[in-house]
Design a protein around this ligand. Structure first.
Ligand code: SF4
Ligand code: SF4
Ligand code: SF4
Length: 272
């Protein structure tokens, strides 16, 4: 039964967050929201333990579609970077700010870039494309993410400085247009670079938060050097080009690991 401790623990952590936010914010939505996400993730971990090949994709679709369709399109919450800045500037600790705090700023100290592997609605679509394993070495284009990050900040700051009316409505349309742009750029880049995760590697502004925080992640893949035969399979399969055989925090592309477990599932010596 020990192997089922992890899904139970994950569910317990999310339930704790759900209850704390429900009681402190006096809003039943948080109980529903975090319970649903916790259940989805623990179901995925359970399926993974059962060696279900599509365990990660199940979670990605359950959480990604919920956030995109229910929170974004139905509840009109801009959960993208612009929404985060908007709620931050208005001093509201609500949906987007809580989402960023839990999934993308402080959460990565515990679960690294689990968000990118199991919940992101952008990657949910990109992962359907044919280049799951990058066909070419990584390019030195990561600087583009800082431009995207600055652009989102400047866009929202400009709305406030210009005292534009009905920013809430603008945020809704920014969410729609922003997502269409992300999908379009992500799909074009995936085909151009023959790499499904090219958008994640070079463009996504959220990585400005995710990368430094996940450097300190408690959850990370480690390699047992006694078992490893240096076959290189893990690195050649990794969608994010991580050198997972190096256990140091400074390993090559270490802050890119999305905990997809492809390396673990395919290691011939169970060294990971
Ligand atoms: S890097 Fe950005 S687009 Fe890619 S999975 Fe993470 S949050 Fe989503
Ligand atoms: S796949 Fe396993 S055995 Fe091969 S290099 Fe990676 S950790 Fe070592
Ligand atoms: S294959 Fe392994 S090292 Fe690469 S992203 Fe997935 S879990 Fe991380």
């Amino acid at each position: 039964m020990n192997k089922y401790i992890m899904p139970v623990l994950i569910l317990a952590i999310f339930e704790a967050i759900a209850v704390i936010l429900w009681l402190t914010k006096d809003n039943l939505f948080y109980l529903f929201n975090f319970s649903y996400i916790g259940l989805s993730i623990s179901l995925g971990v359970f399926l993974y333990i059962q060696k279900h090949a599509y365990a990660r994709r199940v979670v990605q679709l359950l959480v990604g579609l919920y956030m995109l369709v229910y929170l974004g399109l139905i509840c009109n919450e801009n959960m993208q970077m612009e929404g985060f800045w908007y709620y931050l500037f208005t001093g509201t600790f609500e949906a987007a700010t809580i989402h960023y705090a839990v999934a993308k700023i402080f959460g990565p100290l515990l679960f690294g870039r689990g968000w990118c592997g199991y919940a992101c609605w952008t990657a949910m679509v990109l992962d359907f494309l044919p280049y799951k394993i990058p066909k070419h070495p990584r390019k030195k284009l990561g600087w583009i993410r800082y431009i995207a990050f600055a652009a989102s900040l400047i866009f929202v700051m400009a709305l406030f400085l210009a005292k534009v009316g009905n920013i809430e409505r603008i945020m809704f349309w920014a969410f729609i247009i922003g997502n269409i742009a992300y999908y379009a750029v992500g799909i074009v880049l995936a085909y151009a670079f023959q790499d499904n995760r090219a958008f994640c590697k070079y463009i996504c502004p959220v990585t400005v938060f995710l990368k430094p925080m996940s450097y300190f992640s408690v959850m990370r893949i480690k390699c047992d050097s006694q078992k490893c035969i240096s076959c290189g399979k893990c690195k050649s399969l990794c969608p994010m080009n991580v050198d997972v055989t190096d256990n140091s925090r400074k390993r090559s592309n270490g802050t890119e690991c999305i905990l997809c477990m492809e390396c673990v599932r395919n290691c011939p010596r169970n060294a990971l």
